[in-house]
Design a protein around this ligand. Structure first.
Ligand code: AMP
Ligand code: MN
Ligand code: MN
Length: 318
């Protein structure tokens, strides 16, 4: 048994957490771990709770996704707090309040910007996803179909369906082993990654129409305003995939998507193709991520935010 599962085995109350505005890897990893533990322990043996700030609709089909709590009651105490797919404590949002009360905190993650904020940090930068890392920690014969589906989902999302540079031989091997557990690749890939609602397609179309080139055509930028967000009554999960479409524009080294969260506050998503290190740029603005995919939040008017990001990219291009 891996060290962390020994600690869990000796504990009574366990809380599982992911990052704010969960993506596929965050959703997949918390749900996989929850299923893995729930399959082994009954409620009398262990009280296990799982939290996310929201659960995007295309992930609802995962087993026990309906048990994920989206409320964060005050004063929760856990023997073990497991924090997945988070590179820094602020990324867990409201659950930060539970952190000082927990007896042991464990962080399982794969971000280069990880700040090692927990008592135990299991960080593997070589893992494509937290789900891939989690698979290597789990006992293979204890991985049920439900756990396998959730793990597969996370790997699919963080690798952009096995196409990003984080996809290694091991990633494919693990995905293959998950297929052996009965996972349907087309159900997960089409159903959760490629399938878009009408509204998501409209927003994607809008962002492509309004995109512009900078730095001699090597950078592509687009923007989602508060006005657009209200018009479409959209939520963060509706913008998944937009940045990936921008990134594959021919001749582009870096793609930037700016989402106006509130007046003078922008969530910045960045992707690069070959040499720009967007993680360093995101970290310099208080965010984080990976070398080829990172994000941060910047305050200020749109023109100023755009200028700062382009300036940072240009420095790396010189
Ligand atoms: P996104 O552009 O939101 O898809 O994020 C790309 C990568 O950067 C993901 O691995 C995120 O976890 C990470 N990331 C995005 N925003 C932030 C942030 N504000 N702070 C730290 N990491 C972030
Ligand atoms: Mn994530
Ligand atoms: Mn991830």
């Amino acid at each position: 048994m891996t060290e962390i599962f020994k600690i869990i085995d000796q504990s009574r109350s366990i809380g599982i957490f992911g990052h704010i505005r969960p993506d596929g890897d965050c959703m997949g990893s918390v749900t996989a771990l929850y299923n893995y533990l729930k399959d082994q322990y009954n409620e009398r043996e262990k009280h296990i709770e799982v939290y996310l700030d929201s659960v995007p609709e295309n992930f609802w089909f995962l087993n026990r996704a309906d048990e994920i709590r989206t409320d964060f009651p005050n004063n929760n105490f856990y023997d073990v707090m497991l924090i997945l797919d988070c590179g820094s404590l602020d990324r867990i949002g409201a659950a930060q309040a539970y952190f000082p009360n927990a007896k042991t905190t464990i962080n399982i993650d794969h971000h280069i910007s990880n700040t090692k904020f927990a008592d135990i940090s299991i960080i593997d930068l070589e893992s494509s996803s937290t789900c891939e890392l989690l698979y290597t920690l789990m006992e293979k014969d204890k991985i049920s179909f439900s756990t396998a589906e959730a793990l597969y989902l996370g790997i699919v999302h963080d690798t952009g369906v096995f196409k990003h540079s984080n996809t290694k031989k091991r990633t494919m091997e693990i995905a293959g082993e998950l297929l052996d557990k009965g996972v349907s690749s087309s159900k997960i890939i089409d159903g959760t990654f490629y399938e878009k609602t009408f509204l998501q397609n409209q927003i994607l179309g809008h962002c492509l129409m309004e995109s512009s080139l900078a730095l001699g055509g090597r950078v592509i930028l687009s923007f989602i305003s508060q006005k657009l967000i209200h018009f479409y009554k959209s939520k963060p999960a509706d913008y998944d995939g937009i940045i990936d479409q921008l990134r594959i524009t021919k001749g582009i080294e870096a793609a930037i998507l700016l989402i106006e969260m509130e007046e003078n506050e922008y969530k910045v998503s960045m992707r690069s193709n070959t040499f720009v290190d967007v993680s360093t740029i995101a970290t310099s603005f208080g965010g984080g991520g990976h070398i080829r995919a990172a994000g941060c939040t910047i305050q200020g008017p749109l023109s100023e935010v755009t200028y700062q990001i382009l300036n940072a990219i240009e420095k790396q291009m010189e």
